[in-house]
Design a protein around this ligand. Structure first.
Ligand SMILES: C[S@@+](CC[C@H](N)C(=O)[O-])C[C@H]1O[C@@H](n2cnc3c(N)ncnc32)[C@H](O)[C@@H]1O
Length: 310
């Protein structure tokens, strides 16, 4: 990239009606006209379509740069964009732009797990290690860890737990098996979907989930399962990155969210606390860290449920 600042020039020629010609050095001219919604002819790029096209092109070129830096390979990006123009606060403007990316990677691409490990080595040191110790260290009895990944919480469990760890990725659980063996931890590893667990009702004393609800496609369904499988009085221990309550941080999260979803299936704007409460858990303890982006949570399935179940 050339050093900043960069300058761009575009020339427009147009009259009181009809098409306008856009030109810039080195590329073919582009004909533009209002869209049909503004009584345009509908056979030329409108400013509204050009704006969406420009957002899409920025998305692809930013993705290429990030993919190069993070050594993610992809074959193609298909990106649909829809924009809504409406009147808001007395001004007519774009009120919403939605991007729907679909990324194609080479068949057999499976460097995700080892890349995850490398990235998490850094992120744990910066943000999560203490939260892992805090959440997993409180687990007691029969413990289920949802979306356990490569088993990064395993070193923090006490010797008294009977651990079942599940994840949808057999590759991640392969790493978890190696980690468990290295520290002599007995664990029942199960490949499965946290949104539809193949496990009995009211069986566990503790359910642990760290950095899983941001990735599981339907976090509500996963939390309903996290409600179903513990006994009444059982606890849910969460460590999650969440949408920040601080506006400036939230705006950055909103900007980065489509890329994080695309590259790592990672949702930056989720708010698990609201869903945990709506599911019926009682919140016992809540801490926010890292400018509100990291949440530590202990919740309990109320004992009253026992009476309802009997
Ligand atoms: C960001 S990683 C977190 C892994 C681990 N909990 C940790 O703290 O390092 C998210 C994990 O969720 C898993 N996952 C995604 N969707 C899932 C699902 N529907 N059911 C179970 N696991 C899922 C992924 O395979 C991945 O291992």
């Amino acid at each position: 990239m050339k050093p900043l600042p960069h300058h761009y020039d575009v020339h427009l020629t147009g009259g009181p009606s009809g098409y306008a010609q856009l030109s810039t050095a080195g590329v073919p001219e582009l004909r533009t006209a209002p869209p049909v919604d503004y009584d345009g002819p509908g056979d030329a790029w409108s400013p509204e379509h050009l704006l969406l096209a420009s957002v899409q092109a920025c998305f692809l070129f930013t993705l290429r740069a990030i993919a190069r830096l993070s050594k993610v390979e992809f074959l193609a990006l298909d990106l649909d964009a829809s924009g809504t123009v409406d009147r808001q606060d007395g001004v007519t403007r774009f009120t919403e732009i939605v991007l729907r990316p679909k990324l194609t990677v080479s068949p057999g691409t499976d460097r995700g797990a080892s890349r995850y490990e490398l990235a998490m080595n850094v992120l744990d040191r910066l943000f999560f290690a203490e939260g892992r110790r805090w959440s997993s260290g409180q687990a007691r009895g029969d413990v289920l860890e949802l979306a356990a990944g490569s088993g990064r919480n395993f070193p923090y469990y006490g010797q008294w737990v009977r651990l079942t760890a599940q994840d949808i990725s057999a590759v991640m659980l392969g790493l978890a098996r190696t980690r468990a063996a290295a520290i002599g931890l007995e664990v029942d590893l199960q490949v499965g979907d946290a949104q539809a667990l193949d496990l009995p009702d009211a069986h566990f004393d503790t359910v642990v989930c760290t950095l899983g609800l941001c990735t599981i496609p339907n976090d509500r369904r996963a939390l309903q399962e996290a409600w179903r499988v513990p006994r009444a009085g059982g606890r849910l221990l969460l460590l999650e990155h969440v949408v920040s309550p601080h506006l400036a941080v939230r705006l950055v999260q909103r900007l980065l969210d489509p890329l994080a979803c695309l590259l790592a299936s990672d949702h930056l704007l989720r708010d698990p606390l609201a869903v945990v409460m709506a599911t019926g858990f009682e919140i016992e303890r809540l801490e926010r860290h890292a400018i509100g982006m990291v949440e530590w949570l202990v919740a309990r399935k109320p004992m009253a449920v026992l009476a309802a179940e009997l």
